[in-house]
Design a protein around this ligand. Structure first.
Ligand code: FAD
Length: 388
């Protein structure tokens, strides 16, 4: 079966890999470059925090298991995945109340989390600076972080090993079903396939509209909304950090070779893709100041880049995975938390495409719930939703 995948972010790479492993003849059409979209600017923490409803939580938990299984895959050291856990705490009474409720909900869902002391936290992160009044830290041992380029290289490399091909640059401008399959209109020609997977991230709305089944996405260009987020990339720093910290004023994770990625969710209110802040301006200084307050060894830190990430958010905030229309030829997969979910969604989508059997885990995430809808909720920015 000849299958075209549109987009080479983490989702496109995951789908292409799974399809190729199952024997499909795969061609990926990518407009700009691998990771040219959201997968190139992401915090990349693997987790299932504040993911509701329950089925969305379960999907994310399955996403964590999929990463662990992929990391165990023979013959490939997991250079792309660090599963060393996450530490989280609150600094004031309202924050402590929110965290306690969140932990209680996760315990109720049998998600691995436990309270630890500051001393135990320093055994994990020796350079941690904690205010004296913080007594309880939530430790999530099954969470981790991903180096996105290495994850895509892991997925796309295996797809290539099994015959997948890339057409890049290749911009898909429209899709239509024909008697034999799907006609793919490109900016410079036409191609055909038996089936197509749209894995175009925040550009999903435009491509699905061309099929007559428009899936509304939250506007990825809207400054200060749920879709945009600032990420700072530091210079190499002599601090000991091997895991994710999600703290009241700063989220931080290692980014390889001593570099860190830092994120202050309250600063996202100023994030505007049309006008990214200066790498040495107020936001950068604020992020670096918060970092020094959090970790010894980061004095004098500077940012090498400060980027505005643009989330791929289906308009109700939940994953979309399934066929558009009744003919089972055009499949769409789009989601936030695509780093956590990419390998899993890739496998599930490939199985649905090639076997026709619906996957239970995807039952609540079908495109029909959104197609044609115009009145949609306003999504809460990550700083209020507590979700990444
Ligand atoms: C600030 C921020 C923090 C985040 N933190 C986390 C986190 O901690 N954990 C987590 O799990 N997720 C996180 N995410 C979300 C995650 O990064 C995304 O969900 C994921 O990267 C989306 O991948 P994708 O493959 O769907 O889209 P993309 O990476 O955007 O890939 C889509 C590709 O399609 C191509 N394309 C689009 N249209 C066309 C066309 N017409 N023709 C050809 N090619 C086309 C694009 O060029 C692009 O390369 C975060 C996102 C942001 C912005």
């Amino acid at each position: 079966m000849k299958i075209a995948v549109i987009g080479l972010g983490v989702l496109g790479a995951g789908v292409a890999r799974a399809l190729a492993l199952m024997g499909a003849e795969v061609t990926v059409f990518e407009r700009a470059a691998a990771m040219a979209g959201t997968s190139g600017t992401t915090f990349a923490w693997t987790n299932s925090h504040n993911k509701n409803p329950r089925s969305y939580h379960d999907l994310n938990v399955a996403g964590l298991s999929e990463h662990a299984a992929l990391a165990r895959h023979p013959g490939a050291a997991p250079t792309w995945y660090v599963c060393n856990g996450n530490l989280e705490w609150a600094e004031d009474a309202p924050g402590a109340e929110r965290l306690t409720a969140s932990v209680a909900e996760l315990v109720d869902r049998e998600y691995p989390v436990r309270w630890i002391t500051p001393q135990q936290a320093r055994e994990f992160v020796p350079d941690l600076r904690l205010a004296a009044h913080i007594e309880h830290i939530a430790h999530y041992p099954t969470e981790g972080h991903v180096f996105p380029a290495l994850l895509v290289s892991r997925l796309w490399g295996e797809a290539r090993d099994h015959g997948a091909r890339l057409r890049c640059p290749a911009t898909v401008t429209g899709l239509s079903e024909t008697a034999r399959g799907v006609r793919i209109e490109l900016s410079d020609g036409v191609a055909e396939a038996d089936a197509v997977v749209i894995a175009a991230g925040r550009w999903t709305e435009a491509l699905t509209a061309s099929t007559g089944h428009r899936i509304p996405m939250a506007d990825p260009d809207a400054a200060g909304t749920a879709t945009v987020g600032l990420l700072g990339y530091t210079n190499p720093l002599p601090t000991r950090l091997d895991r994710v910290l999600t703290t009241p004023r700063l989220n931080v994770r290692p980014d390889g070779a001593g570099r860190l990625i830092v994120q202050g969710l309250d600063l996202d209110a100023d994030a505007d893709p049309a006008s990214p802040p200066a790498v040495d301006g107020h936001h950068a200084r604020e992020l670096c100041g918060r970092l020094t307050g959090l970790l010894a060894g980061t004095e004098g830190a500077r940012l090498e880049s400060l980027r505005v990430g643009q989330r791929a958010l289906p308009a109700d905030g939940l994953t979309v995975a399934g066929f558009l229309g009744d003919n089972a030829r055009i499949y769409t997969v789009a989601t936030h938390s695509g780093i956590t979910l990419g390998p899993l969604l890739g496998r599930l989508a490939a199985q649905e495409l090639l076997t026709g059997d619906p996957e239970d885990l995807l039952a609540d995430f079908r495109p029909e719930r959104l197609i044609g809808r115009t009145e949609l909720p306003t999504l809460r920015p990550a700083r209020f939703a507590g979700q990444q």
